[in-house]
Design a binder for this molecule. Structure first.
Ligand SMILES: O=C(O)C(=O)C[C@]1(C(=O)O)C=C[C@@H](O)C=C1
Length: 88
């Protein structure tokens, strides 16, 4: 009964995971550039701008909250990964 929709959800989830992995790859490239140039991992103004931008993609207040949570979590993970790479 739900198989069709669940198959679709599974496909979308796979795409989301793949995009997160692509993003993390770029975040690692950023870490190398930051390390080489002595730039701090944390860039609060970039994070603020990014959150403003992703929230602007919807008018729905609940979705704005969701995107803020998702992208804050993603960026926290990015920073952990970057710090690990830089400490190496
Ligand atoms: O844009 C950067 O400088 C990044 O390192 C990427 C990123 C992100 O995940 O989007 C991660 C950490 C920074 O605080 C800001 C943004």
């Amino acid at each position: 009964m739900l198989k069709n929709q669940r198959d679709k959800i599974d496909k979308i989830d796979k795409q989301i995971v793949s995009l997160i992995e692509d993003r993390l790859q770029v975040v690692k490239e950023v870490a190398i550039i930051k390390k080489e140039n002595g730039i701090p991992v944390l860039d609060s103004s970039r994070e603020e701008n990014l959150l403003t931008k992703v929230k602007s993609y919807t008018d729905d207040a609940d979705l704005k909250k969701l995107y803020e949570e998702i992208f804050s979590t993603i960026m926290n993970h990015s920073k952990e990964q970057q710090n690990k790479l830089i400490e190496k």
